[in-house]
Write a protein that binds this ligand. Structure first.
Ligand code: UT7
Length: 326
């Protein structure tokens, strides 16, 4: 089996900052409610850029930080719940934008677990020798599927993209991986696609209007998230034969600081161990973990040999995580 390392990261968020006060002028909410219930202070919202544009910008930054050329990339995996189109995949659009013409490209639909699922899949391709250099992206334009009149959801989400480059290496950088899903809880977070409409369906089906905006049972996901963080962190530590003391940072999916507080208490670990930047960006679904990772790199928080634990959860419901040695 080949060894794998993360050799570069990049991220991109739109310049438009939308504060909690801005939202309180649109729906019946307040900075006090949003800050205390979620930890979110502001988020970035696209003024027209679609997922592929943000993803391409994050990808170019990751390529630069890794010191490779776009043509070195032989695999592009893009996690998103908000692709530009059904066809072509957003990964293919990115490939064309960044001129990575030697790559196999595909999108994955794993909602907020998209980035960690992508890292997992890329690791398997590299370990088996099928690929040498992979670009993994998590990118979302959630603002296009949000109901801007629904205070239960519109205050939570933001737009953005993050990327990482993985490559074969002499030393192992991926120490443990966990993954899973519980499709029986899928209705807790839904954004509907096009219904079946053709000359053979009933009139009722032809007349059916679909609302694609996000509908969420926040409490159900909250419980699921706390459960999987605890369960999977313990599993990852056991697989990597290390303890929480060996982990410099836990980088969780950034959905709600109260989820992290609750998980931290149950794990018996300080909240300081969790790296959070959701006050600045809100929940960018597949992009949150990658944006946080790149934020840490930009702020020189990671040194060679540091161990970090990534843990994602979200729609599907899905979850996944990795322990990475930097
Ligand atoms: O990315 C993965 C998917 N998402 C998540 O991980 C989200 C997980 N869940 C959560 O983060 C939390 O459940 C929420 C932040 C979504 C909601 O927090 P909560 O403490 O579970 O609130 P709630 O849904 O139980 O609502 C409490 C009250 C309700 O009012 P009543 O019925 O008690 O009168 C809501 O109508 O808060 C009200 N409310 C708001 N009030 C002001 C809901 N949203 C807002 C709002 N501003 N934006």
């Amino acid at each position: 089996m080949n060894k794998v390392q993360v050799i570069g990261t990049g991220s991109y968020v739109p310049s438009k900052v939308v504060s909690n006060d801005d939202l309180s002028r649109m729906v019946d909410t307040s900075d006090e409610w949003i800050s205390s219930r979620t930890g979110i202070k502001e988020r970035r919202i696209s003024e027209g850029e679609d997922t592929s544009e943000m993803a391409s910008k994050a990808a170019m930054k990751a390529i630069e930080s890794a010191g490779i050329k776009p043509e070195d990339i032989d695999l592009i995996i893009l996690g998103t719940a908000t692709p530009d189109n059904f066809i072509p995949s957003t990964a293919c659009i990115v490939q064309s934008n960044i001129k990575a013409m030697n790559a196999m490209c595909f999108d994955i639909s794993a909602a907020c677990s998209g980035f960690v699922y992508g890292l997992d899949i890329a690791t398997q391709f590299i370990r088996t020798g099928s690929c040498k250099t992979a670009l993994v992206i998590g990118a979302e334009t959630l603002s296009k599927i949000i109901n801007w009149e629904d205070r239960n959801t519109c205050v939570l989400f933001g737009d953005g993209a993050a990327a990482a480059i993985l490559q074969t290496s002499d030393v192992e950088g991926i120490l443990a991986i966990c993954r899973g899903a519980d499709g029986s809880k899928g209705k807790a977070l839904v954004s509907s696609a096009i219904p079946v409409k053709n000359p053979y369906v009933s009139k009722e089906m032809l007349d059916k209007q679909v609302d694609a905006t996000v509908k969420m049972d926040g409490r159900e996901i909250f419980k699921f998230a706390v459960k999987v963080i605890i369960q999977e962190v313990e599993k990852l530590l056991a697989d990597a034969k290390c303890s929480l003391d060996d982990i410099k940072y836990i980088v969780p999916h950034q959905a709600n600081s109260r989820i992290i507080d609750s998980a931290a208490k149950k794990l018996g670990v300080s909240e300081e161990k969790f790296y959070l930047d959701l006050d600045k960006f809100g929940n960018t679904s597949a992009a949150t973990i990658g944006i946080a990772l790149d934020d840490m790199v930009q702020n020189n928080l990671l040194e060679h040999g540091d161990k970090i634990l990534l843990i994602g959860f979200g729609g599907g419901l899905t979850y996944g995580g990795l322990i990475i040695e930097w």
